[in-house]
Design a protein around this ligand. Structure first.
Ligand SMILES: *[C@@H]1O[C@H](CO)[C@@H](O)[C@H](O)[C@H]1NC(C)=O
Length: 296
């Protein structure tokens, strides 16, 4: 009896160690949410248990003295204030340890930074309207405090995003991520990434056949991954993939190839963190994350 009781904690410790060893190589999944009103709610997205990061897409207008504009497609109307209802969903996500970020930029939109002062005022705006600041600014997503900001700058203008990254990090606890395209260096984000301020870099391995998966061949992808992870200083790197063949013009990797071939080829190279999936709508349609979770 006494011996058995003594063994119980030892056994529990061994099981814990075994569980930790078993999950050492497991990566995270990050997903973009917000560009399709039919993708389900933010709370449902987080309650799926699939994701470690949910990135709200996008703040499509900012900088150059413009009034910033949030665009969450059919989910809510920032102009009328209805997006403040997302605060409780954000808190639902965060209570599960999921980090929620606001993505600035996107493939369409009107954005750019004209000077260091302009970058600093955008940083102030983001801090007070979405992050930990409280200067009385309107908060489009209500009282919830987001975990950080994602830079998805795609218009080829790179000026002063390094200033913006430095200013945001200077505010305190702000996670920074970036979503460059896979050709290295990125046309818009290269100077910002040189600051070394980014926690996560999710590289878009799609719409770029020269560096993405194409025609059953991952050679270009693996080479680009190696270049990125050895050239940029960041906390971790994520393989950005389309969630279905409809999610991007090219670069789709079927789930079996991703987990059987591509992930094994890159997860030992550089600071691998997991995969980024574009986007939640297509992920629901194709159950992509559901099929690969546990093997990324
Ligand atoms: C998604 O795929 C996983 C793995 O095959 C499966 O367990 C899960 O039930 C699927 N989810 C849906 C919604 O089909």
């Amino acid at each position: 009896m006494a011996a058995n009781l003594k063994c119980a904690p030892v056994l529990a410790a061994l099981l814990l160690v075994a569980a930790m060893v078993g999950t050492t190589n497991a990566g995270n999944i990050a997903v973009y949410w917000g560009q399709n009103g039919n993708e389900g709610t933010l709370a449902d997205t987080c309650n799926s248990g699939l994701y470690a990061y949910v990135i709200l897409a996008f703040l499509t207008t900012f900088g150059n003295g413009q009034t910033p504009v949030l665009n969450l497609a059919g989910h809510c109307d920032p102009g009328s204030g209805s997006c403040t209802g997302l605060s409780s969903d954000i808190q639902t996500c965060q209570s599960q340890g999921i980090r929620v970020l606001l993505s600035i930029g996107g493939a369409t939109g009107s954005y750019g930074l004209s000077s260091t002062d302009d970058a600093n005022s955008v940083a102030d705006y983001l801090w007070n309207s979405y992050l930990g600041g409280s200067d009385g600014s309107t908060r489009p997503l209500g009282a919830a405090v987001l975990d950080g900001v994602d830079f998805d700058i795609e218009n080829g203008q790179s000026a002063h995003y390094d200033d913006l990254a430095n200013a945001l990090k200077g505010k305190g606890s702000v996670l920074l991520s970036a979503a460059p395209q896979c050709p290295y260096p990125d046309a818009s984000l290269a100077p910002a990434l040189q600051t070394g301020q980014f926690d996560n870099v999710w590289i878009q391995f799609y719409n770029n056949p020269g560096c993405a998966y194409a025609n059953g061949d991952d050679t270009n992808l693996v080479n680009a991954w190696s270049t990125w992870t050895s050239s940029v200083t960041a906390g971790s790197f994520y393989l950005g993939v389309p969630a279905s063949t409809q999610a991007a013009g090219s670069g789709y990797i079927d789930p079996g190839t991703l987990t059987g071939t591509v992930i094994p080829a890159i997860q030992g190279v550089g600071k691998y963190g997991g995969i980024m999936v574009w986007n939640r709508f297509y992920d629901v349609q194709n159950n992509y994350s559901g099929q690969v979770k546990g093997s990324v």
